[in-house]
Write a protein that binds this ligand. Structure first.
Ligand SMILES: [Fe+2]
Length: 192
């Protein structure tokens, strides 16, 4: 289930949305697109040609701002020795010179996106994709014990090339805290 939370400039959690329509509506001002694709078999490691063959129709629907030139696949499991360094790299707020799309083949991940004066936290899971436009400041986390596999599709032939914003960010909750707070909020709403 997708979830989107809005944070103010100080990192205070302001509002939460969990249905697709509301998530899309509140992502729209940032130029970020969100959706679902069917999970189809892909050859490993599944370069751009394989992804384009499997998802030709879906990729065409993304429109002209998302012309893709490279693809790779990232898979992380709890205890992966690469994760501490990768986590710092992904968490540090950055921009790409062109579009970046992530399609989750399994597991979950959390994006932080700049939105106006504040931030949006977008939690995605398997079958969901997010398309970030060129230049949007963002970060990503998957928690202390990452468990996801995602296709990464890039508008630039070099793949993942990032420009750090170097911005001093407020203390936004990392993946594990985000999920815990989200579950608390959903529980409170259900109790009414
Ligand atoms: Fe990125």
């Amino acid at each position: 289930m997708v979830a989107l939370a809005r944070f103010d400039t100080e990192g205070r959690w302001e509002e939460t949305w969990v249905c697709d329509g509301l998530v899309r509506q509140h992502l729209a001002p940032t130029g970020v697109q969100f959706g679902r694709w069917p999970l189809r078999p892909l050859p490993a490691p599944g370069g751009l040609d394989a992804v384009q063959a499997a998802y030709a129709e879906e990729l065409a629907d993304l429109g002209p701002d998302f012309r893709l030139h490279s693809a790779d696949r990232v898979a992380l499991a709890p205890g992966d020795a690469r994760w501490p360094a990768l986590r710092q790299q992904f968490l540090a707020e950055h921009r790409h010179g062109d579009a970046e799309i992530r399609f989750f083949l399994s597991g979950t991940g959390l994006f932080y996106l700049r939105s106006g004066d504040g931030f949006l936290g977008l939690l995605c899971e398997a079958g969901e994709w997010v398309a970030l436009p060129a230049g949007l400041a963002h970060g990503f986390d998957a928690g202390e014990a990452p468990a996801f596999e995602a296709l990464r599709l890039f508008g630039q032939p070099e793949g993942w090339v990032a420009e750090p914003t170097g911005a001093a960010l407020p203390a936004l909750p990392l993946y594990d805290d985000f999920v815990a707070q989200l579950l608390e909020q959903v529980g409170e709403e259900l109790e009414g």
